[in-house]
Design a protein around this ligand. Structure first.
Ligand code: SF4
Ligand code: SF4
Length: 363
C-alpha cells in the first residue's frame, strides 16, 4: 500500500487509546454516527482502536482509516456512558491532527480549513455592526464572544445574544476572532492553540467572559468561559412570559451536546424557557445526559454530510413523535443543522430576547 503511513504515538493519549482498545465495545450503541451508518469501523471502540494501532505502528494509516477519525460529531455520548469517562472525542481530535500531518485528512476538511481566515473576517465584519448596539462599550467589565457560527449563519440570533447580555449586565465589550474550534476539529492543533491564546489575551481583565455558542465555551472552558444561558439564567428576574409562544403548542428543548454533556449545563436553558413559557418546556424522550445529537458538531457536516443529515433527521423524527411543536435549541451548529433539514428551529437567545422585551417576534 504505497500511501500507507505510520504515525507517532499520540501525545498523552496512550491511556485513553488503551482503555478503549482493551474494552469489549461496551458503548457501541451510543454513537450517533455508527448508529446511522451501521458500520463497525465507526463505533467508538473501532475509531479509537484504529488510532491506537496506527500510533503503535501496528496498522498502516491510509485515507480510509483517517476518515474514521472524522466520523465523530463530538457528542460525548460514549464518554458519558463509559465507566472510565474515556475522552473519545478529544482523543480523536488528537488523532485527526496526526492524520492531517501525514497528509491524510479528508479533502473536504482540508478545503474547509483553508477558508478559516475568510470565515473569521466575515464574522468580524458582522461583529463590527453589532458593536453599534447601545450598551456595547470597550471599557465594559463583561466580555462577550458571540461565536463565528452565530455571526455568519444566524445573525438575528447573534444580535439577540448581544442585546440580552447587555440587558442583564448593563454593558458589554465584544471579543473579536474565533475560539479555534474549527481548527481543532480539522486537526490543526497549532492553529487552534494560537486562536485560543488570542481569545485568552483579549479577555484578560474582564470580570466575566460570556460565550454565546456552547461549542466555543467548551473549548474555552478553562479561561474560564461562561455559557450565555448560564449567564442570563443567573440574572433572569426580568424575563417575562411570552403568551404567543406558550400558547402556540409544545415547545421542546434540544440539549446541545456541547452545552449538556460537554459543560453539564442542563438547568439554565430549562429555567429560561420556564420563565418565558410560564411552564416547563416540553422534553424529548431522550433528554439531558441521554439527549441525542443533532449531527451538527465537530465538522461532521463537512466530513460526512449525509451521515450528519441522517442523524439530524432522526432527532427531528423524535421531535415529531413526541408531539412536534416549536423546537428550541441553544447552539449555532444544531440550529443550522435542524434548519438545513427544513425545520424552523428557534434559538434560545431569540426566546430570551423576546422575554426581556427587546423584540416582539412572537407576540
Ligand atoms: S469509551 Fe469506554 S465504553 Fe466505549 S469503547 Fe472506550 S472504554 Fe469502552
Ligand atoms: S463522541 Fe459521539 S460521535 Fe464521537 S465517537 Fe463518541 S458517541 Fe460517537
Amino acid at each position: 500500500m504505497s500511501s500507507a503511513k505510520h504515525l507517532p504515538l499520540l501525545n498523552g493519549a496512550s491511556k485513553a487509546l488503551e482503555t478503549c482498545g482493551y474494552c469489549p465495545k461496551l458503548c457501541r450503541s451510543t454513537c450517533p454516527v455508527s448508529n446511522v451508518e451501521a458500520r463497525e469501523a465507526l463505533i467508538p471502540w473501532a475509531k479509537m482502536s484504529a488510532a491506537w494501532l496506527v500510533a503503535r505502528g501496528n496498522l498502516p494509516a491510509d485515507r480510509e482509516i483517517a476518515q474514521t477519525g472524522w466520523g465523530c460529531s463530538g457528542c460525548h455520548a460514549c464518554t458519558s456512558f463509559c465507566e472510565h469517562a474515556n475522552p473519545v472525542a478529544e482523543t480523536l481530535y488528537g488523532a485527526r491532527a496526526e492524520y492531517r500531518s501525514a497528509g491524510l485528512a479528508p479533502e473536504a476538511v482540508t478545503t474547509s480549513a483553508r477558508r478559516q481566515e475568510a470565515r473569521v473576517r466575515e464574522a468580524d465584519a458582522v461583529l463590527a455592526e453589532l458593536a453599534r448596539e447601545p450598551g456595547v462599550r470597550p471599557d465594559a467589565t463583561a466580555a462577550l464572544l458571540v461565536g463565528c457560527a452565530y455571526l455568519r449563519k444566524a445573525r438575528p440570533e447573534a444580535r439577540a445574544i448581544v442585546r440580552s447580555v447587555i440587558a442583564v449586565s448593563g454593558s458589554v465589550r465584544l471579543v473579536s476572532g474565533c475560539c479555534g474550534a474549527p481548527l481543532l476539529h480539522a486537526g490543526d492543533r497549532a492553529g487552534f492553540d494560537a486562536a485560543r491564546a488570542r481569545i485568552a489575551d483579549a479577555t484578560r481583565g474582564a470580570q466575566c467572559f460570556v460565550v454565546g455558542d456552547p461549542g466555543c465555551a467548551l473549548v474555552l472552558r478553562d479561561i474560564p468561559a461562561e455559557p450565555f444561558v448560564s449567564h442570563v439564567a443567573a440574572r433572569a428576574t426580568r424575563l417575562q412570559p411570552l403568551l404567543g409562544l406558550s400558547q402556540s403548542g409544545p415547545v421542546r428543548f434540544h440539549d446541545p451536546c456541547a452545552l449538556g454533556r460537554g459543560l453539564s449545563e442542563y438547568a439554565a436553558p430549562r429555567m429560561l424557557l420556564s420563565r418565558a413559557l410560564g411552564r416547563s418546556p416540553d422534553e424529548f424522550e431522550a433528554n439531558r445526559e441521554s439527549a441525542a445529537c443533532s449531527g451538527g458538531g465537530a465538522m461532521l457536516p463537512i466530513a460526512m454530510p449525509q451521515t450528519s443529515a441522517r442523524i439530524a433527521d432522526e432527532r427531528l423524527a423524535a421531535h415529531a413523535d413526541a408531539g412536534g411543536g416549536t423546537l428550541v435549541t441553544a447552539c449555532a451548529s444544531s440550529l443550522r443543522r435542524f434548519r438545513a433539514q427544513g425545520t424552523p428551529a428557534m434559538d434560545i437567545a431569540s426566546v430570551v430576547e423576546q422575554s426581556l422585551g427587546l423584540s416582539h417576534g412572537l407576540e
